[in-house]
Design a binder for this molecule. Structure first.
Ligand code: HEC
Ligand code: HEC
Length: 401
């Protein structure tokens, strides 16, 4: 019954704003209102093929996530009513942006490249520098962030949301009362964001097929039945020949299983990344979150500063462009015999060229053209067309004349 109530109220808003727009002297910007399905979308049923661990305690409520979807796409949550989470985290681009830096509420640019936000429930830290651990807290940060959305007064935000008619039934359905609090806004945004799940890539299908066939051991080291020869070759070089999967690991091919890394983009980073010291007590510099490679085909440009436009450029960088930063991650250095070496990855640098004077020597991978093309083909098996087009994750707002 509540669902019908929501639709009725939203319909009511539509009529009222239509009426307002008829007045010639009306100088209000055009109204946008959310148009929601009569029956709430299902965000709660876990979509977890065998391949996935359950998403911990992230139980999702359909009405809370629906409220979160509206908040996510609502430009009225920004200081100038022009920017929403969805203006930067765009569904068709894997919830990243196609710009190096994204314009915020006053056309100021974000200091970093917009991150993709899929499978956040499985992530251990957020932002490029991992400064926030808890999703419910972090989703409020962009609203307050001056570049992004600029609404830094929580009371102001609560009042603004309370004053918008279409929120009353949405809060009522989600929480049993239409009282608006910052905590509830954060929770609803977090639930919607957590519900943005990607489990339907060609890679997932291959992994599931392997499980169903009862294949044991590391399935990533075996060819997938649904892959082309080139995709399987790319998977092989990603997981076995080059060190990619030592950082891009787990179900999201991200850094959930590893610490933030310096990959030697520069010798002198203009953005220091994660502050503090590393496990050896060295002051960190250039340490960034290892991003998920899900939907990477559509999340260009790449890296924390969006410096690379194409996957080919990224691969050229890993092949021969890694810089000798003093804190370059071990996985990307040539190491001396006896230490943890790339033995299983094949000889990438002749042993007689290993420096003995403590210099940092970035690994050179000597990739062949065939390997580079296969890596790109493999990375494209991580595209999830379901997530990129699912209406339940789409912008519900429509402009009312
Ligand atoms: C103006 C563009 C912009 C807007 C608006 C914006 N974001 Fe972001 N988002 C970013 C950028 C840039 C980063 C990376 C920031 C950093 O690392 O310092 C980011 C990071 C994130 C992350 C972390 C992802 C990860 O893997 O660590 C989440 C989650 C997120 N945003 C959710 C939201 C939500 C929810 C909203 C709306 C309340 C929102 N964003 C609004 C640009 C934006
Ligand atoms: C030492 C850990 C490590 C290794 C090894 C590694 N990566 Fe990365 N990768 C990262 C980190 C960290 C970033 C983000 C760096 C930044 O922005 O400063 C990244 C970024 C990327 C990106 C850009 C993603 C985006 O959304 O911006 C791609 C694509 C990528 N890596 C692919 C690969 C491939 C292919 C390999 C193997 C040839 C590889 N990586 C090896 C840690 C690693």
């Amino acid at each position: 019954m509540k669902k019908q109530f929501v639709s009725a109220i939203i319909f009511g808003v539509t009529v009222v704003s239509g009426f307002v727009a008829c007045t010639p002297e009306d100088v209000q910007p055009r109204r946008r209102v959310p148009v929601l399905p009569a029956e709430v979308y299902d965000y709660a049923t876990p979509v977890t093929p065998t391949f996935f661990e359950p998403f911990g305690d992230s139980a999702i409520n359909n009405h809370v996530a629906t409220l979160g979807r509206v908040l996510f796409y609502d430009q009225q949550l920004s200081a100038n009513n022009r920017v929403s989470c969805g203006s930067c985290h765009r569904q068709q681009f894997g919830f990243a942006d196609n710009k190096g830096f994204s314009p915020g509420f006053e056309n100021g640019l974000t200091g970093r490249n917009t991150q993709t936000i899929v499978n956040t429930g499985t992530q251990v830290g957020f932002f490029w520098d991992l400064r926030e651990e808890i999703l419910d807290h972090m989703v409020l940060q962009p609203i307050a962030n001056h570049v992004e959305m600029g609404l830094d007064d929580t009371l102001l935000m609560e009042n603004r949301v309370s004053s918008i008619e279409y929120y009353q039934p949405l809060f009522e359905n989600a929480f049993g009362t239409n009282e608006v609090t910052t905590h509830k806004i954060g929770l609803a945004l977090a639930q919607f964001v957590k519900s943005i799940i990607s489990v339907s890539t060609k890679y997932d299908e291959g992994a599931t097929a392997m499980f169903n066939q009862g294949v044991t051991g590391n399935i990533n080291h075996r060819p997938f039945p649904n892959f082309t020869d080139q995709e399987n070759f790319g998977k092989h070089v990603f997981f076995l020949k080059f060190p990619c999967s030592q950082c891009h690991g787990g179900v999201n091919l991200d850094g959930s299983l590893s610490a933030p890394k310096n990959i030697g983009l520069d010798v002198d980073y203009s953005d220091d990344g994660m502050p503090g010291t590393d496990f050896l007590g060295r002051v960190r510099d250039g340490f960034f979150k290892t991003p998920s490679l899900r939907n990477v085909q559509f999340t260009a440009p790449y890296m924390h500063d969006g410096r690379f436009q194409t996957l080919e450029e990224v691969i050229e960088f890993y092949d021969a462009g890694i810089q000798p930063h003093p804190l370059l991650s071990e996985e990307l250095r040539w190491r001396e015999q006896g230490g943890l070496t790339f033995e299983h990855l094949g000889p990438v640098i002749p042993f007689d060229q290993v420096p003995t004077d403590g210099r940092v020597l970035p690994v050179k991978m000597f990739m062949t053209g065939e390997e580079k093309a296969a890596l790109v083909a493999f990375l494209k098996t991580l595209t999830d067309y379901q997530t990129l087009t699912d209406p339940k994750f789409s912008d519900p707002f429509q402009v009312v004349e």
